[in-house]
Design a protein around this ligand. Structure first.
Ligand SMILES: [Zn+2]
Length: 530
């Protein structure tokens, strides 16, 4: 049993009769390790000196010199030196391993207790000023340890519904910035003298090696309450180690298709597709466009529609949110399972619906299509520039276009736009620059306004934006479009045919939202051109 207090690592072992024996071991800092290395060298030299001084060893060395034909005196000096170097290496390595083991072992069990997290519900980003002053107070009070500071920052992150916390060291302090609804908000600064302790604490609760500095490390914070997860990435910079945390909580709102902002006409068709017993539905969009949220809302919808009589399995890299009722499996380097090998095995588990995190190689594409043709509904993501581009991408991965046309029901594309703060948005005339930008994106003629731009007020802490709104586009595979897909039509032609068949594009949806004053034209052109 190990316990960490103050400057020392307490190694304690409970003995049944004599009570508790407590040993102390100094922390393995660089300075302490240098002292240990010198001690190892001294011990090695001493052992070799004692050994080489006795007469049997001398006899052995003389015999050795005779057999290889070298001068006795040379062997008497060289051989002990070589032996001392070797012994020193073995000794240093053993001491380092043992020390690290003793020091690291308790840290793997360090967790953030449920009582240490104080997650309050706030009024969205309007809560930022409150947490700014609260964190400043906690950091400035000398009685608070780095443990309290880290717990408070994480609690603030979850309270503010931040998706990420970035901690970047600078010359005299480290800036803590949170990404809330897509925007970055500075929340506090950690003084430089505390920073190395702070990083150490993060590494301890994420099961990372505290001794390894200057190399990137990835981990996950251990929370006692399993509804919270935080993935940690530590990255070395010239000012120290930079930390990025990706937060996820199963408390953050109920995920359902109604609440994710899908337009009604797309929602009706999409829901009908989710009720199919086989086939494939693909979601596409850049990183951070809300694909995972849509995917999980879809799975929850299937579960609700089919009244729990459905076996839903997921293959994810990594698992971002733990959800009740699904069999979630992590794939990736840490588990040694790939999407293709995981998919092959999971098919033997008699699933009805399979969520495949991403199709990015030929093998996964082939198995997914085969599964979708044999009585399974597959929900997946494919990286492509547009909905129509997904068909070309899958063809490039070796999927037969005819199979593709008969298996894929629809491709959904999405983007996230920053929502204009409704209390300070300002009406804006359409400028020549806007018209040109829209023209480049394929808008014909001059769209009718009014349009709006961001202002700045207390509600949005001067940024002009609050929250985000999604843009959706759904490429529904109809009989007519099926012919074009099976003929291997290029993406632009497919897109044109789909638009002729009534598909509303991301841009159409965005222009509607811009006219309603939900987003600005600048935001729309930025997001759609991604
Ligand atoms: Zn505002």
């Amino acid at each position: 049993m190990f316990e960490k207090t103050g400057k020392f690592l307490i190694v304690s072992c409970t003995q049944e009769k004599e009570g508790t024996v407590t040993l102390t071991l100094p922390k393995m800092t660089r300075k302490n390790f240098t002292i240990a290395k010198i001690a190892c060298l001294a011990v090695s030299c001493l052992i070799i000196l004692i050994l080489s001084a006795n007469s049997p060893s001398k006899g052995f060395l003389d015999g050795l010199a005779g057999s290889i034909g070298i001068d006795n005196r040379l062997v008497r000096v060289l051989f002990p030196v070589l032996l001392a170097i070797l012994l020193n290496l073995v000794l240093t390595f053993s001491v380092r391993s043992l020390w690290l083991r003793l020091e690291v072992e308790p840290e793997h069990t360090a967790i953030i207790k449920a009582g240490d997290l104080q997650v309050n519900t706030t009024r969205g980003i309007a809560g930022v000023p409150y947490f700014r002053s609260r964190l400043k107070h906690i950091i400035d009070s000398p009685e608070n340890s780095v443990v309290d500071i880290l717990n408070s920052i994480i609690s603030a992150g979850f309270s503010l519904e931040a998706s990420d916390i970035h901690i970047s060291p600078d010359v005299d302090s480290a800036d803590v910035v949170m990404r809330i609804h897509g925007n970055l908000y500075p929340v506090c600064e950690i003084p430089f003298q505390l920073y190395s302790h702070f990083v150490r604490r993060i590494k301890i609760v994420s099961g990372l090696s505290i001794f390894r500095q200057g190399v990137p490390q990835d981990g996950q914070i251990n929370f006692e309450d399993p509804s919270y997860t935080a993935r940690i990435s530590v990255f070395p910079t010239s000012n120290g180690e930079r930390i990025a945390m990706r937060l996820a909580s199963s408390h953050s709102g109920t995920m359902n298709l109604e609440s994710i902002g899908m337009p009604d006409d797309i929602l009706l068709d999409y829901r009908a597709l989710l009720n199919r017993s086989q086939g494939m539905i693909v979601i596409t969009g850049p990183t951070g466009s809300g694909k995972s949220t849509t995917m999980f809302a879809s799975l929850l919808d299937i579960q609700k529609q089919r009244k729990d009589s459905v076996n839903i399995v997921t293959l994810e890299d990594p698992i971002e949110t733990n959800l009740r009722g699904f069999q979630q499996t992590q794939v990736g380097q840490s588990t040694g399972l790939t999407f293709s090998s995981g998919l092959r095995s999971v098919l033997r588990q008699d699933p009805d619906v399979i969520m495949v995190g991403e199709i990015r190689d030929e093998e996964t594409a082939a198995i997914s299509i085969r599964a979708a043709m044999t009585g399974h509904l597959i929900l997946t993501t494919v990286h492509a520039n547009s909905t129509s581009g997904v068909f070309n991408r899958l063809s490039q991965m070796g999927v037969d276009p005819v199979q593709l046309s008969s298996t894929v029901h629809a491709v959904l594309s999405q983007r996230l736009c920053r929502r204009l703060c409704q209390s300070c948005r300002k009406e804006k005339e359409l400028t020549e620059a806007h018209i040109r930008q829209l023209k480049l994106l394929g808008v014909e003629g001059i769209p009718e306004g009014p349009f709006f731009e961001s202002g700045g007020c207390d509600q949005c802490i001067g940024l002009g934006f609050t929250g985000r709104v999604p843009l959706f586009e759904m490429f529904l595979v109809t009989d007519r479009l099926r012919d074009f897909i099976s003929n291997g039509c290029p993406a632009h032609q497919l897109s044109r045919e789909a638009r002729n068949a009534g598909m509303k594009t991301l841009l159409d949806h965005g222009l509607e939202l811009a006219r309603e004053g939900m987003i600005s034209l600048m935001e729309l052109t930025r997001v759609v051109s991604e």
